[in-house]
Design a protein around this ligand. Structure first.
Ligand code: CO
Length: 134
């Protein structure tokens, strides 16, 4: 059901430092930071030959990643995003298999203007999973 790894998201305490690590130390192509107020994050996109890394930093008071950063002050891996062809069919199959979908289980438009869902980490080896329809 799942296809390509679309991205790995890493929460960072300082986007400039995180960008410099990926650009200068690791030699990757790194975007300018992009404010995404509707998602409560500021994002830097790191392009790798086979996938992307997204550096995330909280934006606003009720950012969904604020608590993660307070628990992980050095930052840390937040989620992995797998591509699916049909997100509603994937969701229904996963719910039927006993998996929990976060929120109201309806796909929302994600950071790449495509429908996304998040799956409960307790059902997936302790990893928060984002599904993105491509
Ligand atoms: Co993501």
């Amino acid at each position: 059901m799942i296809g390509r790894l679309n991205h790995v998201a890493i929460v960072v305490p300082d986007l400039a430092v995180g960008s410099a690590i990926y650009r200068d130390m690791l030699g990757a192509k790194v975007s300018e930071s992009v404010n995404m107020p509707e998602h409560g994050v500021i994002t830097v996109f790191v392009e790798l030959p086979n996938t992307k890394i997204e550096l995330l930093h909280p934006l606003g008071d009720d950012s969904p990643i604020a608590k993660f950063l307070s628990r992980n002050p050095n930052g840390g891996m937040h989620h992995v995003c797998y591509e699916v062809a049909d997100i509603v069919a994937a969701r229904d199959k996963l719910i039927a298999a006993g998996a929990r979908v976060l929120g109201d289980a309806n796909p929302k438009i994600g950071a790449h203007n495509k429908p996304v869902l998040f799956l409960h980490p307790k059902d997936f080896c302790g990893t928060l999973i984002e599904l993105e329809q491509v």
